[in-house]
Design a protein around this ligand. Structure first.
Ligand code: PLP
Length: 378
């Protein structure tokens, strides 16, 4: 079945008790048992909940995975996956990894004896040379946040496996609609469902999927043991949004990236859909389309900070992936925690999360903010 059909039907059979067509919100912590240990597959909602099962089943199917595990946040998923490692193990991460992941690895796990190395995107072409027998895990984002670097997933999976490590892909920016890392050899795919999969900026959530039965069994065990589980209402919010693939964001982003790259007030545009982007060919091969995220360099840090406060439709806020367009300065906002990291966002970088409003209205909004910033600067 195609993606759109699975998004609407997988894990969402009409409720057996009532026939309800929409997945019910099973707002319950516990379940009655007929006799000791005799229940219908549910005994306590940290362990399992039918609304969560619906979300896990549907999202796993969209990622071409055998197993899906939902979490209370993207970082809840990340910290649970990090528990696949033991102190002394080494992991190699893309240098411009999400700031919150870097904060976790550097300030939570490194002091406990875990070893992390951060590899710039350009060095992934000879990834194998950077892996040793202590390396258990390779962690990439593609496209990455906020530089929109693109990594060849299949090549990274081959190099990781040759070294006896697993490959984890944070697929938050792409979504399974555009890119399915497990089909390209990745072992685990992880999401902040707070972003495109939640789609409306109204929920915090996370998700991991795998087709490896050993990893899946461990992740289910860790999900109930560590307890970073989402509530039924949050699961329901994500299930209902999955029915609408994030298509329009990318269509709008194409037009906006092209227009920005011709704007004299813009120094440089980072968008994998532009033929000038160094990762364009790889992205074209492994993605259906290029997504809704764009970054660009303003003429100066002052211009960047002024510009983001002047747009009206693009709301000044952290996060991404909603129906509404957002704008921010990563070095001051989402990536402030990486200021002294191996990767630091350029001070004059502006990041856009392009929404599904009229593209002409969005362009007018950006262009008039850029013109006015030039006027005030002059
Ligand atoms: C937001 C984000 C996360 C963290 O997710 P939360 O839901 O905020 O915990 C992880 N990775 C990427 C790429 C993100 O954008």
């Amino acid at each position: 079945m195609d993606f759109e059909t699975r998004a609407i039907h997988e894990g969402q059979e009409p409720d057996p008790a009532t026939g309800a067509v929409t997945v019910p919100i099973y707002q319950t912590s516990t379940y009655v048992q007929d006799a000791v240990g005799e229940h219908k597959g549910y005994d306590y909602s940290r362990v399992a909940n039918p609304t969560r099962t619906a979300l896990q089943t549907c999202l796993a199917s969209l990622e071409s995975a055998e197993h899906g595990v939902a979490f209370s946040s993207g970082l809840g998923a990340v910290t649970t996956i990090m528990h696949l490692l033991n102190p002394g193990d080494r992991a190699v991460l893309i240098a411009d990894v999400y700031g919150g992941v870097y904060r976790m690895t550097s300030q939570v796990y490194e002091p406990k004896g875990y070893v992390f190395d951060y590899l710039p995107a350009a060095d992934f072409s000879n990834l194998g040379e950077h892996l040793d027998e202590r390396t258990r895990l390779v962690w990439i984002e593609t496209p990455s946040n906020p530089m929109l670097n693109v990594i060849d997933i299949r090549a990274a999976a081959d190099a990781a496996h040759a070294a006896g490590a697993i490959l984890v892909v944070d697929n938050t920016f792409a979504t399974p609609f555009l890119q399915r890392p497990l089909e390209l050899g990745a072992d685990i795919v992880v999401h902040s469902t707070t972003k495109y999969l939640g789609g409306h900026s109204d929920v915090i959530g996370g998700f991991a999927a795998t087709s490896d039965p050993t990893i899946a069994e461990r992740l289910y065990f860790l999900q109930k043991s560590l307890g970073a589980v989402p509530g039924p209402f949050d699961c329901w919010l994500v299930v209902r949004v999955l029915a609408v693939p994030p298509r329009r964001h990318g269509e709008n982003a194409h037009v906006i990236a092209a227009r920005l790259s011709r704007n004299p007030r813009v120094e440089k545009v980072f968008y994998p859909g532009l033929p000038t982007h160094p990762g364009h060919e790889i992205a074209a091969r492994q993605m259906r389309d290029f997504g809704g995220m764009i970054s660009f360099l303003a003429e100066s840090e002052e211009e960047a900070v002024g510009l983001v406060a002047r747009t009206k439709l693009f709301k000044l806020a952290e996060s991404l992936g909603g129906v509404e367009s957002l704008i921010e300065v990563p070095a001051r906002m989402t990536h402030a925690s990486t200021a002294d990291a191996p990767f630091a966002a350029p001070r004059n970088l502006v990041r856009l999360s392009v929404g599904i409003e009229s593209v002409e209205d969005l362009i007018t909004d950006l262009e008039s903010a850029l013109v006015r910033s030039a006027t005030t600067a002059g």
